[in-house]
Design a protein. Sequence first.
Length: 593
Amino acid sequence: MRWVAICAAGVGLAWARPAASAAGRETLDLTGAGWQVWLDREAAWTNDVLHRPGDVKLAELPVNPPTGGWEVLDSNLGTKCTLPAVVEEIFSGGQHLWTYHGVIWFWRDVAVPADWKGKTVTLSCDNARLRVELHVNGTLAGYDLVCETPVAFDISPFVKPGANNRLAFRVTNPGGSPGNERGFDDSPFVHWGSYLLPGSHDFGGLAGGVRLVATDPVSVETLFVKNLPPAGARNLELVVTLRNRTAQARDLSLNVEIGPWPEGAALYAGNFPARVPPAGDAEVRHAVTVPAAKLWDMDHPQLYVCQLSFQSDGLADAVRERFGFRVFEVREADGKLNYYLNGKRFRHRSAIDWGYYALTGQRATAEMARRSVENARAIGHNGINFHRHIGDPLVMAYADELGLYLYEEPGAFHIVQGYNIEDRTFAAGIMEEKCRRMVLRDRNHPSLVIFNMANEDGGWNPLRERVMRMIARLDGTRMINANSSYGGGPSGSMFTGKKVEPGPIPCIRPYAADIHLDYWDNHSVGSEARFPERELAYRCMETNPFVQYWGEVRCYTGPANWVATAALQQRMPDFRIQPVRPGAGELIAGSIV
């Protein structure tokens, strides 16, 4: 078998279907041209009743047509657009502070194939902000309030196979975090009437891809290609979620093929059994070893594709996930705890990505994403931190392909940082679901090595503990930190609800389940005209009882010109911008912006 990539890097990679592949799943990619957008300035929204994930009952929700009725979408009010898009890039005229708070409509007509009758039809959206109300042929078919994360709506009851169907997104942007709409601070709530929502950037629109997917009544919902230790062994665990929408249990034989990306002969082929209960889900795990596979790291970013498929009793499905063979660990040596990648000592030197992009606002284009990765490498970094904001999928895709290490925050976890706060508030429920979706979206990226809940807040409560444990269950291959810079205080205080001071931070190590207080993240964000080399020279320790990360080292300024500095280093091999004193303990990691 040979794999052949048929589109550029990014989310939703398409693959040429091998002749032996199952034919149960079909996809219509609606990303790109064919859409219209309209600002419904007269629409009411400020006093709406809002609904968290898990509380949505579509049949009980009001249907909100465009102001003037559905026929408005057939008028000439709409502006042609391509997706992804936010309205700021379409209507601002280049004014970077232009804002629109209110209701936005995105719509188009789609011819749904006649042979989709009897299939489950799902509409997936990769990134929307903020509230989404999806209408299919004038009927409310989906509702979501968790911004910037993938969401999928089962629209089978509303779609008409063999006919044109109108898909209309009613997107509402209530504004950003007060005082920080276009700033960096993710601490304040977003206010919507009497509701408080997690903080996010003040943009409105559909900033990710949109697809229609048709599957048989039994299908693969998720595939996680999980790397297992020991380092270098090329051991995997395939974690598969199967869904059965029929009234009888199903016994399946799942076929697996693993081959290099973007093309090449398969290195592994096999199968294993699975049983799915009637009208329910099943999680199936299967161990695989691929001795001939090459390891993934920054200098050798070799990627692979895992295809999982089945055919049984007229039912079929096939899914593919791109991944890399790599094991990230925390190891102890000579009384010191350090990061290791594929068994080698690892130091994280990262730039920061705030989630803002020129001209497009909330989303990176493919060119922007690639340049972000290339420029971080060019100036001597080996990573990027998604800072106070969930990571951009295109940046992650290029980090996988070109070789770079990533550190990701969901953004806005500060809103529930108190120690006695009721952690099941409206905003807390949204944060928990946002983190779940983040992990499911990103856990197959080999470039991602650290999940951090929040920047500089020292927060600890039952919600944060529950989310960290959830991430460990869903993934478990990465470092999971409660926050950065400010810690959990003296041993045990994080469990008592007492106020804590900067110090050790609650964390879960890769391939572990217990929460420890042995992580320390030091920030030194003072602004100076030039980056003082002593920041790297003196931060060397003879003893190191913690997993240490030096984050945000003098990040306001840095050298006057990183590119020129890197070029100087190439011309003068003896020139060093990171001196280490002989005999001193090694610097664990540094984040230099």
